[in-house]
Design a binder for this molecule. Sequence first.
Ligand code: PMP
Length: 300
Amino acid sequence: MGLIIYFDGKYVPEEEAKVSVFDHGLLYGDGVFEGIRAYNGRVFKLKEHLKRLYESARCIQLNIGLTEEEMEEVVLETLRRNNLRDGYIRLVVTRGRGDLGLDPRKCPKPLVFCIASKIQLYPEELYQKGLEVVTVPTRRNVPEALNPRIKSLNYLNNILAKIEANLAGVPEAIMLNNEGYVAEATGDNVFIVKNGVLITPPPHVGILEGITRNTVMELARKRGIPVEERVFTRLDLFIADECFLTGTAAEIIPVVKVDGRVIGNGEPGEITTALIKDFRELTKVDGPKIYAEDVEEAAL
Ligand code: PMP
């Protein structure tokens, strides 16, 4: 059965959700987006995702035209219209239709659309066994050119890295920044564990400040695990005790091999496994409820 899409102010069947060939999101990657998850009838970290969306839009001088409260309702209603309690939500705001030039002033009205569908889960086996990744020659966009903190529709940098991972025959790539420090994966942040300390690159390296990344740092601190945001190199990956990636779609996924080098003992580490458990618990209880009945149930 087809999906119901929120598209330009209306809820329409997916066949009717069509973007103009003059939309600058398509012509130039001019727009911003979010990937969000719903778990157990709630939208996980919805406020945080909306904040990032609106901040990304401000960075590119894009006036979304809806308030954050209205956008929250768009996300919840799209889930309701598709009868979803668990799923993946893609919220997109493009510059809208313009002429063939790139000047955003020629685009009078942004286009907002929201897709909610069943999540395509990574196979459970990957969480049990861990991923093999490679570092790739494509460097992460330098912040001075296109700041990775902006979650824009321009993902070619990430796609080039993904192509390199594909060519290497592994599921994911880690990009370094222009100075050779570890930045992030194509759609996930990177963590290592060394001597009991959880380490992740700081925002100034040039990364998207992942919401899962922030959640994992909080969960680690709650467990009393020291957390450091500091730069590290490819070499630090090789000699890490543990390594994992974080992202809305992937959640927390262990990494057991980098550039052919086995990480730790080649199995998902102890701290990684503990954080996966904490994260899964949190997903069951965080965020606004999608259905009012759930509220009543909880009140009983
Ligand atoms: N880095 C990049 C480049 C991403 O696209 C994503 C996914 N949105 C992330 C990191 C992880 O961010 P989050 O945890 O907010 O999904």
